[in-house]
Every structure is written in structure tokens, then in C-alpha cells.
Design a protein around this ligand. Structure first.
Ligand code: AMP
Length: 422
């Protein structure tokens, strides 16, 4: 071990486990790519103001958890704590919304940073795959996103997840509800900080996990009783579309989520095998966000799924992904002449798109075969002086243990055939 360790709240992805992370990212991205979403990548840091205005000044994410810093040049930046504000900023800056082709559908994958108290499933550096559909107000778009996340989780084999669904109303009906909720909350026995929250962001109080707070919230006014007709109708359409596609969800009238920008549809994917950090992903509609960051009115909807927690969910369900072995052919040269010949063959195999590896470091047969085994390769190619004198290499099937001699000139073609059939 070196003198250094990964910083608190972070961990490294190392082989072989890292392959599962790649596969999870891929499984989430595949349905998006297949549904008109284009890939977007934004910087790991942004102007701190973007998150303050976008995510919300009163949120824990901005107030307590952001890695904000001043650069040597005096710029106020922050490591990105979430993806939506950055992606919307990038779409506006790149004028994607002016292409006349709305909604702009984008997906992304990357690292996010929050200064949280680390525990299982909660890290200071984590990874998300997300999707945003910008510039259209259409319940089918909300439904599409929920269906695609559901499809991704099912493709991974996950079963014990649930979809929680709610509507947060819009700028017509939410203020009326907000005032009613504030009236109710002001009559409760709450600590100083929570009382402050009543003024700034009363909906978040509903999200308080503490039992003594939850107990008092029984009888609190519910947003669904205040939704205007337009919001009610919109929400009903989202629900109907999901039901018609066979996607099961639960209505959760208390779901508010930790970001200020949500309007109307909000949802969370929770997994029952994860303990306290049970949210594997979430999202919703954010019709006002574009204007909040200085853009035009662009009603939009999106989600982000956490890769780390999705991997934990796989573990909780005992699911091992069926990942193909990284290496198909492992070359074991015995002697200098064999090294030259097999190194050339390995290069040829790789150029032909066959995953091949080579025994480096001048190992003997026993050590090299151990490496061949560990590589997971289906075939080992062994050659010594005597084989080469006869113009052959030995091809060993690592599954059956059978071995056959193949002409040096032919074996790449033969291997291609065999691997095609395998
Ligand atoms: P949020 O932006 O808070 O809705 O987060 C979306 C998803 O990202 C969550 O459901 C988690 O799967 C994941 N996530 C958020 N924060 C963390 C964290 N500190 N550590 C690991 N995963 C996280």
C-alpha cells in the first residue's frame, strides 16, 4: 500500500468489479440511445451560481454539500452536485433549443460530488447516468422517461424496486398550497432550522425523515388536494400512459425530492434491499428551471439513476451479470522464437477484433497457464521451439481441456471460426 488512500467517502473501481459498473452504465444508456437521446458531456465543474439558482439556495445540496471553491483567477466554481442544471445550461449555450426540433433529448453519464456524511450507498463521489428531455410539455414524455428507466432496471434483472409517483403542481396551484402548508407547519413544535425551512422551502419539511417530525405531519394539507385542473389532468394522463404500458407505480403524495426546480411530475425509484439509502434514482418535470437560469421558457423533464446504488441493488438481489470474458485467446510463448511469432499473431487477432492477451515477463509454462486461466480466455495458444519447427501451434480449449495442433498460418482463421460458433 502507498502512503495515500482514496479520500474519505470515495472508493476506487477496480477489476473485476469495475466491469459490473460499466455494464450498469451501459444497461441504463441502451434504452435511451434507442429512443432518440443524444449523448451530452459537460465539465465536472460549473459556475457556483448555476447551482445556487438552479438547484436552489435553500437545498441541502447547495447549502451543505457543495464542493465550492475560488480559483486562482478569482472564479467562483463548484464541482457539479447533479446533472440537470449543467445539461440545461449546455443545451441553451449550444442553442440546441433553437434547432426547431423540440424536445431536445439528451443523456449523460459521469461523476458527481456532494460533501455528505459517508455511509453505505452514500458517497462524496458517485456516478450517475441521466436523461433530460428539454422543451416539451407532454405527459407522454414524462411517461417515456419513467418507462425507459424501468426498462433499464428490468434489463439488469432487478425486481425489488418500486416507482413512487407524485405531482408537485405548477406556478398556478403550488403557491396556494405552499401558503396553506406554511400555516399548518407554523402551528407545530419544530426546531429552529426546520422553522426557517418553513419560510424558504416548506415542502421540504414533508420530506423530513425524523419520526418526531413525521408524527406531527399527520393531517398536513396534501398537495394533491390543491392541484389545479390542468395539473390534475396532466398527472392523470401520465398515470394512464404508465398503466397502459404495464409499468407499475405507487402514488406517493408526500414525495417532494431534494431539489427546488421540480414542477408537476416527480418520481423516485426505490429499492427495498438497500436500507436507509433506498433511492436508486429519481427525477421529474422542471418547467421553470430554464427561466431560473436566464433562458427562455422551456418545459422539460428528466431523471438521474445512481450507478453505485444500482450496483448495490444488484448485490442485494444476488444478481451476477452475465458478462462475457474480457479475453478470448491467451498466447503462451515458450522461448524467443515463439515470443516473436505469437506476439505477431496476438496483434493480428486483435486487429481482427478478437480479444487476445499475451503472457509477458518470460514466464514458464506453468505460470503462464495460470495467467491464461485467470484471464477467462476460452482458448490458449501455446508454442515452443519444437512446435514452430513443425510449423504448428498448440490450441488448447480451456473449457474441455482438449488440445490440437494447428498450422501457424491457419490458426487465426480457425480461431475466428471457432469463436463465431462459441
Ligand atoms: P438526486 O439528484 O439526489 O435525486 O440523486 C439521484 C440518484 O443519485 C440517487 O437516487 C442516488 O442513486 C444517486 N446519489 C445521489 N447522491 C448520492 C451519494 N451521495 N452517493 C451515492 N449515490 C448518490
Amino acid at each position: 500500500m502507498s502512503t495515500f488512500k482514496a479520500p474519505k467517502g470515495t472508493y476506487d473501481l477496480l477489476p473485476p468489479d469495475s466491469a459490473t459498473y460499466l455494464a450498469v452504465r451501459d444497461a441504463i444508456a441502451t434504452p435511451l440511445r434507442n429512443s432518440g437521446y443524444g449523448y451530452v458531456e459537460t465539465p465536472g465543474f460549473e459556475n457556483v451560481e448555476l447551482f445556487a439558482r438552479g438547484v436552489g439556495e435553500s437545498t441541502d445540496i447547495v447549502n451543505k454539500e457543495m464542493y465550492a471553491f475560488t480559483t486562482r483567477g478569482g472564479d467562483q466554481l463548484a464541482l457539479r452536485p447533479e446533472g440537470t442544471a449543467s445539461v440545461l445550461r449546455a443545451a441553451l449555450e449550444g442553442n440546441l433549443h433553437k434547432s426547431g426540433n423540440l424536445p431536445v433529448k439528451l443523456w449523460y453519464s459521469g461523476s458527481y460530488y456532494r460533501y455528505e456524511r459517508p455511509q453505505k450507498g452514500r458517497y462524496r463521489h458517485f456516478s450517475q447516468v441521466g436523461a433530460e428531455a428539454i422543451g416539451a410539455e407532454d405527459p407522454a414524455l414524462d411517461a417515456e422517461l419513467i418507462i425507459l428507466a424501468d426498462q433499464a432496471y428490468r434489463a439488469l434483472g432487478l425486481k425489488e424496486f418500486r416507482i413512487l409517483l407524485n405531482s408537485l403542481g405548477d406556478k398556478e396551484c403550488r403557491p396556494v398550497y405552499r401558503a396553506a402548508l406554511q400555516d399548518f407547519l407554523r402551528g407545530l413544535d419544530l426546531d429552529e432550522e426546520t422553522r426557517r425551512r418553513i419560510d424558504i422551502n416548506p415542502l421540504r419539511v414533508l420530506d423530513d425523515k425524523r419520526a418526531e417530525v413525521q408524527k406531527q405531519l399527520v393531517g398536513a394539507p396534501m398537495l394533491r388536494d390543491y392541484l389545479c385542473d390542468a395539473c390534475k389532468d396532466y398527472h392523470e394522463q401520465v398515470r394512464e400512459l404508465l398503466t397502459a404500458q404495464g409499468v407499475r407505480y405507487e402514488d406517493d403524495p408526500k414525495l417532494v425530492r431534494g431539489l427546488d426546480y421540480y414542477t408537476r411530475t416527480t418520481f423516485e425509484f426505490v429499492h427495498d434491499g438497500l436500507g436507509s439509502q433506498s433511492a436508486v434514482g429519481g427525477g421529474g418535470r422542471y418547467d421553470g428551471l430554464s427561466e431560473m437560469i436566464g433562458g427562455p421558457a422551456l418545459p422539460s423533464v428528466g431523471w438521474a439513476l445512481g450507478v453505485d446504488r444500482t450496483v448495490l441493488a444488484l448485490q442485494a438481489e444476488g444478481i451476477t451479470l452475465d458478462l462475457p470474458a474480457a479475453t478470448s485467446v491467451f498466447a503462451v510463448p515458450l522461448g524467443d522464437e515463439a515470443r516473436r511469432v505469437l506476439f505477431a499473431k496476438v496483434t493480428e487477432l486483435r486487429r481482427a477484433g478478437i480479444a487476445a492477451d499475451f503472457s509477458y515477463g518470460g514466464k514458464g509454462l506453468k505460470g503462464a497457464m495460470k495467467n491464461a486461466n485467470r484471464s477467462g480466455a476460452r482458448y490458449a495458444v501455446v508454442a515452443g521451439e519444437r512446435d514452430l519447427a513443425e510449423g504448428v501451434v498448440q490450441l488448447k480449449d480451456m473449457e474441455s481441456g482438449e488440445q490440437e495442433a494447428l498450422a501457424v498460418e491457419e490458426f487465426v482463421a480457425v480461431l475466428k471460426e471457432k469463436l463465431k460458433r462459441a
